[in-house]
Design a protein around this ligand. Structure first.
Ligand code: G
Ligand code: MN
Length: 260
């Protein structure tokens, strides 16, 4: 097991790629989710997900990986933060790292804590509601870092518990989005979640948007932003500035609606 190529990948082969998060009204890029990739010497690129899972019980290894990820973000993103006023970068960080107080010194040493809500950590719904997760939410916000709930809709949580946490962004899982286009009850549930987020002053991000129909529908029910293959997969850092400058087409009109 300990011999799989992914586990042997040296830490300097880990890099961050960035998937744009798009304003559903205007098509502008409002943020990016930093996703960890492994770049092999032959140029092949893999997801680093399996690596992270392997480290679940090894806090020091996990800290080293997150340190590397944040160092990439520091190098890739801070120069763009300085030039473009209005976008954020979110990053998945296990609550064990934040909750044990190990995020703040890393973020401070990289000078990443002075960006207000432009740096966002994503915790899954399940993680956010664990006792470590609750501590993580508080510690991240105290360090000046915003918090997003990832995969919302997959944790089977009591909504009341989510309401009790101070959160900035609600990322609505794809499993709640796809059925809303064809089922009335799923559509009602989605609208309810959007209303809940609105009343909690949370931004909403629809995850895994793959078609213009989904993008249009999500805009119509008042979701703020979308992320998914409809716009773009994660891209190397070198493409971020161009995406920020160009944005995407606005999803204002149902395709063919004006064809009279
Ligand atoms: O849940 P989380 O925010 O960590 O999800 C990010 C993952 O979702 C990434 O691994 C990314 O590759 C994947 N993803 C991004 N966009 C889409 C999409 O449009 N459809 C699907 N099925 N997966 C996506
Ligand atoms: Mn995420």
């Amino acid at each position: 097991m300990a011999d799989t190529p992914i586990i042997r990948a040296p830490i300097d082969r880990l890099t961050a790629w960035y998937q744009p998060i798009v304003d559903l009204n205007t098509g502008e890029v409002r943020g990016f989710e930093a996703l960890m990739r492994i770049v092999e010497p032959d140029g092949q690129v893999h997801s680093a997900g399996p690596l992270i899972e392997t480290f679940e019980d090894d806090l020091d290894a996990l800290v080293a990986v997150i340190e590397r990820l944040l160092a990439c973000i520091r190098q890739d993103v801070v120069p763009i933060f300085e030039r473009h006023g209005d976008f954020y970068v979110s990053v998945n960080i296990p609550p064990s790292i934040i909750g044990s107080g190990r995020l703040r010194p890393i973020a401070e040493s990289l000078d990443l804590v002075h960006w207000g809500r432009r740096l966002v950590v994503e915790l899954t719904e399940r993680q956010a509601l664990s006792s470590l997760g609750r501590a993580a939410v508080r510690l991240a916000r105290e360090a000046g870092i915003a918090v997003a709930v990832d995969d919302f809709g997959t944790g089977h949580s009591g909504l009341a518990q989510i309401v009790g946490l101070e959160l900035d962004i609600l990322k609505i899982d794809r499993s709640l989005i796809t059925p809303a286009l064809t089922s009335r009850s799923a559509a009602r549930l989605l609208r309810g979640i959007v209303g809940l987020a609105e009343s909690l002053r949370m931004r909403t991000v629809a995850e895994g948007v793959e078609s213009i129909e989904e993008a249009f529908y999500l805009r119509a029910v008042g979701v703020d932003y979308g992320q998914g293959y409809f716009w773009s997969k994660a891209v190397p850092a070198a493409q971020m500035s161009a995406l920020l400058e160009k944005g995407f087409a606005a999803t204002l009109e149902w395709p063919g609606m004006n064809a009279d």
